[in-house]
Design a binder for this molecule. Structure first.
Ligand SMILES: *[C@@H]1O[C@H](CO)[C@@H](O)[C@H](O)[C@H]1NC(C)=O
Length: 443
């Protein structure tokens, strides 16, 4: 028996039981069943003993991992549909299937993962594989690192994958003047106070993007993606675009609702490394927090949408960017991380995190994928995205980059949010902001 990770402890309780779906789209059909089985057996399972363990609750309520024998056939699902249908048809089947997977609960008597192989061609690939991984297995960063470690560079397997350079967010490493430090201190105090207030007291308004229903984590979710080109956008600007798209949607659905109090929980990894560490490195005890211990978040208010149709979209993005920059210039993310650690010791963590998520309108998280094409044996990877499901929120936005493309994945409560309209609003937001910015540059 091995004690479960902190993430495992707080993502697997009755108040919060969260799964990650990682969707991999392939260039070629996935047809060789025996090869696939051996890849899962020889490449996926050995990644971590956790993939062959179940969670058992100890005497004092703590969770431990217990090794069990894995029966692959219990974990690999291959749905069957009618043959020879159109790509559009399979697109729809896939979406429905993904939505079903999102709703199903994993069997707790087995290791907490499933692999679904959708063998039919969709507009995004010749075949699609969905990894459903319980968050108890690790945080998003370590799980994605694990998945990437199974894949190789398609052009030359002996070269290592490279990731787009990201500015280091380790704010404390830079030298600062006294004045700057004072400002960091002031920001930290105000942000942390507000974050505490927001986490414990202040709930967002019910709006076209927040149903505010207690049972929302069990409501059907639809999952869809919108793709942008990475070189047209800059990191923080993306969040601004998403906010703008959300307000366009809210105003489009219910005029005036664009001024509802809506807060996004931006999830951050406080790990110092900006690229994926190798698995061996992650497992080293001196690498603080392998498999999910460096987790923090910031609360960002979505700017209100006053005259959103006539006002300058760039103003909106700048406002969002200003807010995020200010939060980043404070240590609030480290403090919320510390608070989580403290709550964990008090065994109140699941309830606390559930409350934090529940009181906001959406969560945003991102995943940086490699610049080069990846492959697994003869299968080259066309695209990838991920989604977190069973969280107490009506809307979840995940950003994933791969091969210079940015994929925004939207998970939305089916009964509440009109997913087609929502995606159109996202595309419009991108279009308008892109146009406005090129106009500004050229004049
Ligand atoms: C859950 O898994 C166990 C062990 O494989 C099995 O005996 C049981 O029937 C499963 N339960 C359901 C509801 O599928």
């Amino acid at each position: 028996m091995e004690p479960c990770t902190p993430t495992g402890q707080y993502y697997s309780s009755s108040s919060l039981s969260v799964c990650i779906l990682a969707v991999l789209e392939w260039d070629v059909p996935v047809d060789d069943d025996s090869q696939i089985m051996s890849l899962i057996q020889d490449v996926f399972l050995p990644i971590n003993p956790r993939f062959a363990s179940i969670l058992v609750t100890g005497k004092s309520g703590e969770k431990n991992l217990k090794k069990v024998a894995v029966k692959l056939e219990d974990h690999i699902k291959v749905p069957v549909f009618e043959e020879g249908l159109s790509v559009e048809c399979y697109d729809e089947y896939f979406q429905e299937y993904l939505s079903e997977i999102a709703m199903e609960r994993l069997n707790k008597s087995r290791p907490l993962w499933e692999i679904h192989i959708f063998k039919y061609p969709t507009s995004n690939g010749a075949a699609t594989t969905v990894f459903k991984l319980h968050h108890a297995l690790g945080d998003g960063y370590s799980l994605m690192g694990a998945l990437f470690s199974c894949l190789q560079r398609a052009d030359n397997p002996s070269l290592s994958l490279t990731f787009p350079s990201i500015r280091s967010n380790n704010y404390m490493n830079k030298k600062k003047s006294v004045l700057e430090l004072l400002s960091v201190f002031k920001n930290t105090v105000t942000d942390f106070t507000w974050s505490l207030f927001k986490s414990n007291v202040l709930e967002d308004h019910v709006s076209p993007i927040r149903s505010g229903k207690e049972g929302v984590k069990f409501s059907p979710v639809s999952i869809s993606t919108v793709t942008f080109s990475l070189d047209q956008t800059v990191n923080d600007v993306i969040v601004g675009i998403i906010f703008y798209g959300i307000r366009l949607y809210m105003e489009g659905t219910n005029q005036g609702s664009g001024n509802a109090r809506s807060t996004a929980l931006v999830l951050l990894n406080t790990r110092e490394a900006t690229v994926y560490q190798s698995l061996e490195e992650m497992e080293k005890p001196e690498t603080k927090g392998p498999w999910g211990e460096n987790f923090g978040y910031i609360h960002v208010s979505i700017p209100e949408a006053t005259n959103i149709d006539t006002s300058d979209p760039l103003e909106f993005v700048f406002e969002a960017k200003r807010m995020i920059t200010k939060k980043k210039n404070s240590l609030v993310v480290y403090l919320t991380g510390t608070l989580i650690e403290l709550m964990r010791k008090l065994r109140e963590i699941s309830k606390h995190i559930r409350g934090v998520i529940w009181k906001t309108s959406l969560a945003i998280s991102n995943l940086i994928g490699p610049v080069e094409k990846m492959s697994l044996a003869k299968y080259s990877l066309k695209g990838l995205y991920f989604m977190v499901v069973n969280i107490p929120q009506s809307l979840m936005v995940m950003i994933a980059s791969y091969m210079g493309k940015l994929r925004i994945t939207i998970g939305s409560e089916k009964e509440l949010i009109n997913q087609k309209l929502f995606n159109t609003c996202m595309e419009n937001a991108f279009e308008r902001i892109y146009k406005a910015s090129t106009k500004t540059i050229s004049t």
